[in-house]
Write a protein that binds this ligand. Structure first.
Ligand code: NAD
Length: 495
């Protein structure tokens, strides 16, 4: 049975939204966007170029003084109105999310609720941003700190979860009083378009949020633009290096949320069924293309064979296929080149000593037109091998045995990344010891995705980035402290 197409006529039409104007075309190159589920073109999109970025930044700058001055209670009310709109129209995100990157229908229709949660949480902060006073050691003085917005924040997000990523940045940045220019990713442009349409519909003032859909050139123009006060980038380390190089010219601050090679440590006292189910989610969540997926399974030797057996038996029940089918549990990867890249890494993983336990080949038959890979498990992977050290970004798990707690910690910490880590144990002392020693921004004990709430600081250590999104830390990411000292003795009194 041929796989279905998402409703293409339900896709948003405006790749650029600048001020209060929705534009059907940018002035840059035209890209034929491909639906990964069937390999067919969804629409030709004429993207933004540097001139369009310039216009978007000008609109944001024009809106910035009034947005910054808007009282917190008004901003809060606007956020709550937007959150209600996200909930009411959550299903409208469905076609966009499915079409842009093959997200599963089983989740896509509910992503509006996730966006709503973020705007409710940060809307709650909007009327609670206040400074503090600092007692000074001299006489009659008054010293206080205010937290102020940067001005215009340029937001660059990846294709694997553009709605999730954009709202993760925009909710705190807007709550803090910044205006936004969002660059939607060329490979997954539709949910950001829908997002900004709904922001307009909620009544945000024109220019507070602007959208440019485009490729690396639009991103470069945004980073280099003198009218942008801060960049928040979510994407790969390779692009982050280019962005930092560019931003170095103006010393512009840059927040980075990058990739990972997050370890899943399974101790011999763990609930193996649960640890296998959660371990498998590293290959399945976001079609194996999640930044914080646990893709490196470190398993204590005493339970190694039993765990592998359970894991591969469970992998056999994963239904790979049509994202439109509610029963599907693993959809396509993003593109044809991604298939070649992932299979190349698997092949080299085997050459470097890994043992193929399941998967390893592209799916044919009904799956042949789309970009489908089965869950692929490589066992006995050497810690130094490429597939244990580098992000695959596909439904691939690398499994390595260990003997002691300290060996597990050393292996888990032994990559350049530090985004997530997962620990499976029933021993409380062990849970505390191991989490204390792990070098990662987000650690879950007997969990897999539950910590991704808007009130939790999320971000990486080491080459997984710096800065935090979520929680009060996420709000402070988009505010600058301003300290004011007043020598009161020299100030004239009122009449
Ligand atoms: P990417 O770095 O190729 O692209 C990310 C964005 O940067 C896209 O919008 C792209 O158009 C833009 N871009 C490309 N070159 C640019 C340049 N020179 N200047 C400015 N912008 C430029 O990453 P990707 O392939 O889209 O996304 C996958 C990566 O993102 C993975 O490494 C993944 O782990 C990471 N990621 C991290 C998080 C997180 O929160 N830590 C979340 C999602 C994805």
């Amino acid at each position: 049975m041929a796989f279905r197409q998402p409703a293409l006529d339900a896709l948003p039409r405006y790749p650029l939204i600048i001020g209060d104007t929705r534009e059907e075309k940018g002035s840059g190159a035209t890209l034929a966007h491909v639906y990964p589920g069937t390999g067919t073109v969804t629409r030709e999109i004429t993207m933004a170029n540097a001139d369009d970025v310039d216009r978007a930044v000008a609109a944001a700058r024009a809106a910035a003084p009034a947005w910054r001055a808007m009282p917190g209670d008004k901003r809060r009310d606007l956020f709550f109105k937007l959150a209600a709109l996200f909930e009411a129209k959550s299903a409208e995100f469905g076609p966009s999310l499915i079409a842009e990157n093959g997200s599963l229908a089983a989740f896509a229709n509910y992503m509006g609720y996730d966006a709503a949660q973020k705007f409710r949480y940060f809307g709650g902060w909007a009327d609670k941003i206040h400074g503090r006073t600092i007692p000074m050691w001299q006489g009659e003085v008054h010293d206080f700190v205010n937290y102020e917005p940067y001005g215009v924040v340029g937001v660059i997000v990846p294709w694997n979860g553009p709605l999730f990523a954009a709202t993760m940045v925009m909710a705190p940045a807007l709550a803090a009083g910044n205006c936004i220019v969002l660059k939607a990713p060329e490979l997954a442009p539709y949910s950001p378009m829908k997002l900004v349409e709904l922001i307009q519909e909620a009544g945000f003032p024109a220019g507070v949020v602007n959208l440019v859909t485009g490729g690396p050139d639009a991103g470069e123009a945004l980073v280099a633009h003198p009218g942008v006060d801060k960049i928040e980038f979510i994407g790969s380390g390779a692009t982050a290096k280019k962005i930092l190089t560019s931003a170095a010219q103006s010393l512009k601050p840059v927040g980075l949320e990058l990739g990972g090679k997050s370890a899943v440590i399974v101790f011999d006292d763990a609930d193996l069924q649960d640890a296998a189910k959660r371990g498998l989610s590293g290959a399945v969540s976001a079609n194996g293309q999640g930044c914080v997926n646990g893709t490196r399974l470190l398993v204590q030797r005493g339970v190694y064979d039993a765990y592998l057996q359970t894991l591969s038996a469970m992998a056999g029940h994963i239904k790979v296929g049509d994202p439109m089918d509610q029963a599907t549990t693993l959809g396509p990867v993003i593109s044809e080149p991604a298939i070649s890249r992932i299979l190349g890494m698997v092949e080299r993983g085997i050459t470097q000593g890994g043992r193929l336990v399941s998967g390893g080949e592209r799916l044919g038959g009904d799956h042949a037109d789309g970009f489908y890979l089965p869950v692929t498990i490589l066992a006995d992977v050497a810690h130094e091998s490429e597939i244990a050290q580098n992000e695959v970004f596909g439904p691939v798990l690398a499994v390595t045995p260990f003997d002691t707690e300290d060996e597990a910690i050393a292996l888990a910490n032994g990559t350049p990344y530090g985004l997530g880590a997962y620990v499976h144990t029933t021993n409380l002392h062990r849970a505390h010891y191991v989490t204390r020693e792990l070098q990662a921004g987000q650690i879950q004990v007997n969990g897999s995705g539950e910590a991704m709430q808007p009130n939790v600081p999320f971000g990486g250590w080491k080459q997984s980035g710096h800065g935090r999104l979520g929680g009060i830390e996420g709000l402070h990411e988009f505010m600058q402290p301003k300290n004011v000292y007043m020598n009161v003795a020299k100030l004239g009194g009122g009449q």
